[in-house]
Design a protein around this ligand. Structure first.
Ligand code: PSU
Ligand code: MN
Length: 303
């Protein structure tokens, strides 16, 4: 893989100096938010990582090369592009082998981050078991990746469009620690409440770094999910969100939306149904996650 990996000058310099780094995904840019809010957010997220003392490394595949760290013009091109692949474990190498351009999901970003030696990654919300997943078998490859790849994924939990209970069961079965930052309740992306208790709770970046090191010392492979609740001022009550989700899910079923298109369709419709309120919350939560991820990376680099 190393031949196909290309570090940006800033990322290469940070790595060489042993400075903390945070990986960022790009599917949120190409499939998760409308233009130009997606570009504005991607740049603000990189700034949030820098503010916390770490170097951001936004990951994508451009013309068949796995890029670790993008220049602003490259990010801008991705944000406006329409025919970009949404890459996961199944097709990351396909894009490389065929010289394609694609954005990386949580799963693919974890693989690329690990290959580049990065152990902290910030996203919005992970994919998981979709509602009705017990019959459709629509379960995001993000969950399996968390089970096997040693990266700390900082999120606002699983996206609320999913079946959060079954997503938690899957993660528990696979031995993935779910650590809620500073709360006893697992957040649900746009909302602070999910109705599910925090499987584990930690209150400081240094505690998360210590947990990560203890797992490594015990030889326990696999990732860790950190769920960071959105602050109350930006969060949306669960009951409010649930109405939009129900409507978007009904429309997805009526249109037979399936496979990779499901999550982008639901997120896009919820932005419309909420008249942009969900987008503002999504932007706020990814910035907060980037900041926390930076703090964890800084803590990992100490001692
Ligand atoms: N977080 C967001 N918006 C997004 C995503 C995460 O705030 O669009 C993306 C991530 O890349 C995640 C993907 O991996 O949604 C999940 O897609 P699926 O359900 O098809 O696995
Ligand atoms: Mn799916």
């Amino acid at each position: 893989m190393t031949d196909h990996l290309m570090l940006s000058p800033a990322v290469a310099a940070a790595k060489a100096a042993g400075n903390p780094l945070v990986a960022l995904e790009s599917t949120i840019v190409t499939h998760g938010m409308p233009y130009p809010a997606n570009l504005r957010t991607a740049l603000a997220v990189e700034a949030a990582v820098r503010d916390s003392g770490a170097e951001p490394a936004t990951i994508a595949v451009i013309d068949g090369r796995v890029r670790i760290g993008l220049e602003t013009d490259e990010l801008a091109a991705l944000a406006e592009a329409r025919d970009v692949m949404k890459l996961s474990r199944a097709d990351l190498a396909f894009a490389v082998a065929s010289g394609r351009t694609g954005s990386t999901t949580v799963a693919a970003t974890m693989i690329a981050a690990r290959a580049a030696g990065l152990s902290v990654f910030a996203t919005g919300g992970i994919g998981g078991v979709h509602r009705g997943g017990e019959t459709s078998l629509d379960v995001s490859a993000d969950l399996e990746e968390l089970a096997r790849t040693d990266v700390i994924v900082v999120s606002a939990g699983a996206k609320a469009i999913l079946d959060i209970g079954r997503t938690l069961e899957y993660l528990e079965t696979k031995g993935v620690p779910v650590v809620v930052y500073g709360s006893d309740e697992l957040p649900a992306f746009w909302s602070r409440q999910s109705g599910h208790a925090a499987p584990l709770r930690l209150d400081a970046p240094a505690e998360i770094a210590r947990f990560h090191k203890a797992r490594a010392a015990l030889g326990i492979a696999g990732g860790m999910l950190v769920a960071n609740p959105l602050d109350a001022a930006n969060a949306i009550p669960r009951e409010t969100v649930e109405g939009w989700i129900e409507q978007a899910l009904g429309e997805a079923a009526a249109k037979s939306v399936a496979g990779k298109a499901v999550t982008p369709f639901l997120l896009g419709r919820i932005v419309e149904l909420s008249e942009g309120r969900s987008l503002e919350a999504n932007i706020a939560l990814i910035k907060a996650n980037a900041r926390l991820a930076g703090e964890i990376a800084v803590a990992l680099a100490q001692d």
